[in-house]
Design a protein around this ligand. Structure first.
Ligand code: FAD
Length: 323
């Protein structure tokens, strides 16, 4: 059944985040030939509409207001609810990002609709659209179908393929005037922690260090490997607790959830709380001195040995492949 599906385009520092294109990929599956409408909210975002269309949106609606220049749940909710009221979509897809996790439940409750969060795949089975999402910290998966009302889902970054970009694609970008009422919270200033390199939550390659790296300097060989592979650095809580790195790098149940194409765990034992954040990675490589380490149970490739010998060897080999 063809459905009109609305996706929220997420921006960061003036550019569209990759998850926006993945949301269009998810919308294509859900729309079943129906129209895909991209929504952009903020200030000075009009020019990004063309890019959403090149990635598969049929049309884009923008809501611009200086009160929307920074994300607030209150402001964005007012904007997106106005678009939903206007467009009356049968499906809505957001990224399962910090923004999506905050905004989607609020919108779902206003619409009196259900929400399938943290979706990792969508497929058509027996005439039903089936949404798969991990539960119990990734130990099991549940499959959901929507039997009534709007289809509303948030998708986990890096799981659903975006539609191939087509620079010849064109479509309409229109703006919707929404009167944004006074916000209950106003963002005065955003202080970002300086981070180097690739964004961890969207990285295709993650090199993670655990307590086995033994010190802050112990992360250096991992950074060299990450540089060669164009990857991001992650860590176990063990490494963060030991002050070898910042908590912003923590992966796991109480840290970030990542699903890169390649996850290399160096000196990480594989506690269940760590696995919760990385076990859905496409290929997992574990390097650990202890052949009994739990991480080997989820690894596709295991290397038993000292990470300080193995990681530089890998870096050298990957450098050769790049030449
Ligand atoms: P360890 O368990 O100490 O393992 C270090 C590993 O390094 C060992 O396997 C050792 O064999 C290996 N090693 C040592 N030297 C070398 C070497 N030279 N070369 C190769 N291997 C070497 N943890 C998370 O990671 N993320 C979370 O989000 C998280 N949330 C938690 C929430 C709760 C409520 C609780 C209770 C715990 C949580 N934890 C989390 C902590 C988790 O239980 C583990 O304590 C932690 O993951 C262990 O970190 P680690 O594997 O780096 O350290």
């Amino acid at each position: 059944m063809a459905r009109k599906v609305l996706i929220l385009g997420e921006t960061r520092e003036g550019s569209l985040r990759n998850v926006s294109f993945e949301a269009i990929g998810a919308a294509k599956l859900a729309a079943d030939g129906g129209e895909i409408v991209g929504v952009l909210i903020g200030e000075g975002i009009q020019s990004l509409g063309a890019e959403l269309i090149q990635y598969g949106a049929d049309r884009v609606v923008t809501v611009e207001d200086e009160k929307l220049s920074q994300y607030t749940s209150d402001g964005y909710a007012q904007a997106i609810l106005a678009v939903i009221e206007e467009e009356k979509p049968e499906g809505i897809i957001f990224g399962h990002t910090a923004l999506g996790k905050d905004l989607a439940p609020r919108i779902a409750s206003k619409l009196n609709s259900g929400l399938i969060s943290d979706v990792t795949s969508i497929e058509e089975t027996g005439g039903n659209l089936v949404f798969t999402r991990p539960i119990y910290s990734g130990k099991a998966f549940e499959k959901k179908i929507v039997t009534d009302g709007i289809i509303f889902a948030t998708i986990r970054p890096n799981n659903i393929d975006p539609v191939q970009k087509d620079e010849t694609r064109t479509g309409d970008t229109s703006s919707l005037n929404v009167e944004i009422k006074d916000l209950r919270a106003i963002i005065k200033d955003v202080v970002r922690k300086a981070t180097e390199g690739v964004d961890l939550s969207e990285a295709k390659v993650v090199i993670s260090g655990g307590r086995g790296v033994k010190s802050e300097e112990g992360f250096e060989p991992l950074k060299e490997l990450a540089d060669v592979l164009g990857g991001a650095i992650g860590a176990s809580r063990g490494a963060c607790d030991a002050d070898y790195c910042d908590y912003s790098l923590q992966i796991g149940q109480t840290g970030k959830v990542v699903t890169p194409d390649l996850y290399i765990a160096c000196g990480i034992s594989g506690a269940i709380q760590h696995l919760a954040g990385m076990s859905n990675s496409k290929v997992i490589v574990a390097i650990n001195k202890d052949p009994e380490a739990n991480i080997f149970k989820v690894a596709d490739y295991g290397i038993v040995g000292d990470l300080f010998e193995i990681v530089p060897l890998l870096t050298e080999e990957f450098k050769k492949l790049k030449v």
